[in-house]
Design a protein around this ligand. Structure first.
Ligand code: IPT
Length: 978
């Protein structure tokens, strides 16, 4: 049976050979973006193409925006699957039910379109998912697959000055879908630009800019190979040479930290094409990736193209936002998972400076479900399609300085097709490196790459002791192409990875999975994820695993990552009163930064000044500097030294002056002890017991009112948290999935048995046992209350009973205050959320925030919002209202929210969370770490919370109304605000 074009394995017919992409030249072009006529059919009726013929009346059709996806414009619905194909696996066949969108657009040539040479024109599609057939003025041009790759057709001979009709039939499913099984929404449509390019006689066709840098000589060598002969000029360098000719001149090199570009022009007889030239040389030397002779360290992210309203149709402003946000968070590298991005994104990477791993539009992950039987990358019939994809990527993107590595694709298993791609790429571009993670032998690649390897494995690899592969692999550099799965709350454990990158030259960093949550804006759910559109087969919220929320607001995970990868290190020597500052850049000195020291104390005293770090301090170099003595206040209040590096002196092209780049804090004086709260006698009066400012229920021993504030819920032991995605873990990960085990054990429905309420001289003791139904494990919990008449102190002691085989989610108390106590102030870690292994960006200070703002809006609600190392916290009625103050012994984790943990746990979307009549306050002695088990290793041993005997105390006092104007809410100086 002969298969129709959409199902045959060929990449397509009729299009031009791939070539370099450029946004502008002096040749005219016409954007065909805009409103197109649109008709959706439930099946690919390939026989009827009458809509493409001249004179067809599409007046009754709907319209869609191009670029765009029709499923996000009211026609059909998106589908989310991670690795399974949402259709039967029978390559290259696709279902009969194959949503097909017919698109029509009429256009006139602009008045200034050069009519004399109307003969030369090219029609370019930058991205269509997944298969398109194209007609112009009734003549078929051809058809193509390869969704995130450009396709061009010669059309000059068909153009008319006015009334041109462009018809495009787009099928959601095609043989190409088997090669595009990336973990993301399936979003059909013409989702990137459509452009008509005038091609004057003698215009540039394809060209290849080779610009290397010799770090020993300080020179750059430029050669532009061009299909059409011409001249290359770079005025700033005095370069004026013929194409194909090499020239060597003194230059400043391009790096991601110093993205020096030189403007040039390629002039062929018929066209002038602007060039942006960056000189750099990338190589593997001594088993290490080097650029311009130096080892580089990837502080990277995986970036999918995503926008909550428009899917993978991104405008330029959004692309720029992504790059700026990355730069502002110390990120220096992007893997374009898992397809070449819109080419304009790479222009931004050249200009602003990011290392790029450009990945081919190729993934066949769903074949793993069939034991990789029939995998297209190991079947010669598909090899032309694979080579076509490799060529379209390399030819399109080869002139970008930022692209230093080509990646063959993602999660395709192994096969001859991949080897063929690697051979072709090497022959075409010997000056870049090749990456592919899926083949552990590294037969085709220049580096060893893993995803989600745990710390112990990364350590072994760093020592070149990875004996589970061929010996030859141990000579290769190593990267984590994916790690730190940023799904929901987390990822944890990043600092420990960074230490392994710093310790071993071979470990050249990694790329967090991933940049952005792919939550689609939805009227009912806020942001939708898999299953929300009624998909039969889906992978739920696994699509929301980014460092920024769908609206690009940075998550606490991004703040933590920024700190972990900061390019300046600080080490404080308290005895000597000195700080050692280390430049952790790979290339840049510190001349763009200014430095500041500040002493801050619990009594709100603060003192600061400039730290004179030599601007010329080179990469890898350190300097030891003397600090001024801590202020007098530190003698009776706990004091911290904060050190900050900010963009100062000169601006950069990626941020404003005063933008915070790096920070560190050190404690310089201890916390004074809290005066004891004793002396008062508990008194029984009828059904109540009074003790200082507290009134208790005499039967249950529960606190009822505190300083006349009626508690809506009495303080009692609490160990439950709404499991995070990382608590729940993924089925394929090793290790116990705590979130599931906790629930199975019943830790979400602990019962509190009252054993005794005892009144002695100065003490009210309440003895209890807290345990889940159906189990013999429990926590003997004793509450001991004392008072000095104005303050009330609760000491909690916890003694585990039985065999606890799981860590505890949390260990602390929770209580409820009336809803009006909705403003928090605390001295401790902030401003953002922190857990034991995600606390890198948590700074000690006095923080002030509405309870509503303390919530981290994870797309799927889960535990969030804890503040670390809190010495004291207050909850007040209004910004200057009265309230409650609580001081912890020792410091505690502070969380406040307007719903219960049970409500948070039951919620599936943000819109399920509705404020109630209580502010729920958690004062936790311990929190279990977060880890990365939603796709990766669990919580490291040092961050686990185990059931063990514990003692902790809280002293409650009245907080009087404060007439003074509160300090502004927000981050400390030198810190980016979200
Ligand atoms: C890995 C994929 O490469 C990536 O696309 C994404 O799915 C990520 O995991 C998880 O979010 S594959 C995984 C099975 C290791």
């Amino acid at each position: 049976m002969e298969l129709p074009y959409l199902e045959d394995v060929s990449p397509g017919t009729g299009s031009l050979p791939p070539r370099a992409w450029y946004a502008r030249s002096d040749a005219t072009s016409l954007s065909l973006n805009g409103s197109w006529r649109f008709r959706l059919s439930p099946a690919a009726d390939t026989a009827d193409d009458s809509f493409a013929s001249d004179g067809y009346d599409a007046g009754a059709w709907d319209t869609v925006a191009v670029p765009g996806h029709w499923v996000l414009q009211g026609h059909g619905a998106p589908i989310y699957t991670n690795m399974v194909y949402p259709f039967p696996v029978d390559p290259p066949r696709v279902p009969t039910e194959n949503p097909t969108g017919d698109h029509l657009r009429t256009f006139d040539l602009p008045d200034d379109w050069p009519t004399t040479t109307i003969g030369g024109a090219t029609l370019r599609f930058d991205g269509v998912e997944s298969c398109a057939r194209v007609w112009l003025n009734g003549t078929e041009l051809g058809e193509f697959k390869g969704s995130r790759l450009p396709h061009e057709f010669t059309v000059g001979h068909l153009l008319k000055p006015s009334g041109n009709v462009l018809a495009v039939r787009v099928h959601q499913w095609s043989s190409g879908s088997y090669l595009e099984d990336q973990d993301q929404w399936w979003l059909p449509g013409i989702f990137r630009d459509v452009t008509l390019l005038h091609r004057p006689e003698g215009c540039a066709l394809d060209f290849f800019t080779h610009a290397s840098y010799d770090h020993r000589a300080g020179t750059g060598t430029l050669r532009v190979d061009s299909d059409v002969d011409g001249r290359v000029t770079v005025p700033e360098l005095g370069v004026d040479v013929a194409t194909g000719e090499s020239v060597t001149v003194d230059v400043e090199p391009w790096t991601a930290e110093t993205p020096r570009l030189y403007d040039g022009v390629l002039a062929t007889p018929g066209e002038r094409v602007p060039l942006r030239i960056g000189f750099r040389t990338v190589a593997v030397e001594d088993g290490v990736i080097k650029v311009n002779g130096r080892r580089i360290l990837f502080r990277g992210v995986n970036r999918h193209e995503f926008h909550p309203q428009t899917g993978r149709a991104l405008d330029l402003a959004t692309m720029r936002t992504d790059v700026l946000l990355m730069k502002q968070h110390n990120i220096n590298a992007v893997r374009t998972s898992h397809y070449p991005p819109h080419p304009a994104f790479l222009d931004l990477c050249d200009e602003l400076g990011l290392w790029v791993i450009d990945e081919c539009d190729l993934e066949t992950h769903g074949f793993t479900e069939q034991g990789w039987r029939g995998n297209p990358v190991d079947d010669d019939r598909w090899t032309p399609a694979l080579l076509d994809r490799a060529a379209r990527m390399v030819e399109r993107d080869k002139n970008h300085a930022s692209v230093i590595i080509w990646s063959l694709g993602n999660e395709c298993g192994t096969g001859r097709g991949l080897t063929a791609m690697a051979r072709w790429i090497r022959a075409r571009d010997a000056d870049r490196l090749i990456h592919y993670e899926g083949d552990a032998t590294c037969a085709d690649t220049d580096m060893y790459s893993r995803m989600y390897a745990d710390h112990a494995e990364v350590e072994r690899i760093g020592r070149r002791e990875d004996t589970d592969g061929p010996r030859s692999r141990r000579h290769l550099p190593f990267i984590l192409c994916e790690y730190g799965h940023a799904m929901g709350n987390g990822p944890g454990g990043l600092s420990e990875y960074q230490a392994l990158f710093d310790a071993h030259e071979r470990n050249q960093g990694g790329f967090i999975w991933e940049w952005i949550d792919h939550g689609l804006a939805h009227p009912e759910f806020g942001y939708a994820y898999g299953g929300d559109f009624g998909e039969e087969l889906h992978d739920g919220n696994f699509v929301c695993d980014g460092l920024v929320f769908p609206d690009r607001m940075p998550s606490p995970g991004l703040e933590a990552y920024k700190r972990v990868i900061q390019p300046v290190g600080f080490a404080y020597d308290a005895g000597a009163g000195t700080v050692r500052v280390t430049n952790l850049h790979d290339f840049a000195d510190l001349s763009h930064l200014s430095f500041e020291w500040t002493y801050i104390s619990d009594d709100e005293a603060s003192e600061g000044g400039e730290l004179a770090v030599p601007p010329e301090l080179g990469p890898g170099e350190s300097v030891e500097l003397k600090l001024p003595d801590p202020p007098l206040a530190s003698r009776d209040a706990e004091t911290f030294l904060h050190l900050a590096a900010m963009v100062g002196v000169t601006t950069t092209n990626w941020t404003k002056l005063d933008h915070g780049v790096a920070r560190a804090e050190f404690r310089v004086s201890p916390r004074p002890a809290i005066p004891p709260a004793t002396g008062e006698r508990p008194q029984r009066e009828g059904d109540f017991i009074t003790l200082g400012p507290g009134t208790f229920d005499a039967r249950t021993g529960e606190l009822h009112t505190l300083n006349d504030i009626p508690l809506t819920s009495a303080p009692r032991l609490d160990i439950w948290r709404a499991p995070t995605d990382n608590d729940n873990g993924a089925s394929w990960q090793g290790g116990q999935r705590n979130g599931l085990v906790w629930r199975e054990l019943g830790l979400h429905r602990m019962q509190h048995r009252l054993d005794a309420v005892e009144l002695t001289d100065e003490l009210l003791t309440v003895r209890t046992r807290v345990a889940p139904a159906a189990r013999d494990i429990g926590l003997r919990t004793v509450y001991r209350w004392t008072s000095d008449a104005t303050r009330l102190r609760l000491a909690v002691s916890v003694m585990p009973e039985g065999e606890w085989t799981v860590p505890l989610p949390r260990l602390g108390i929770r209580l409820g205050l009336p809803a009006e106590y909705g403003v928090a102030q605390w001295f401790g870690g902030g401003p953002c959320e922190a857990y034991p292994d995600t606390a890198a960006a948590s700074d000690i200070g006095t923080w002030f925030m509405q309870v509503d703002r303390m919530q981290t809006p994870y797309v799927r609600p889960q535990e969030n919002g804890a503040r670390a190392d809190v010495r004291w916290a207050e909850l007040r009625a209004g910004f200057d209202g009265e309230g409650v103050r609580v001081a912890g012994e020792p410091a505690f984790w502070f969380t406040a929210r307007r719903w219960t943990t049970e409500q948070l746990d039951a919620a599936t979307h943000r819109t399920d969370l509705v404020p109630g009549d209580t502010v729920w306050v958690h004062l936790d002695h311990g929190q279990h770490g977060i880890g990365s088990q939603s796709c990766g290793p669990g919580v490291l041993p040092q961050h686990q919370l185990h059931a063990a005997p514990a003692e902790f105390a809280f002293t409650f006092a009245r907080r009087d109304a404060a007439p003074q104007v509160p300090p502004p809410v927000g981050p400390p100086p030198g810190r980016t605000s979200p």
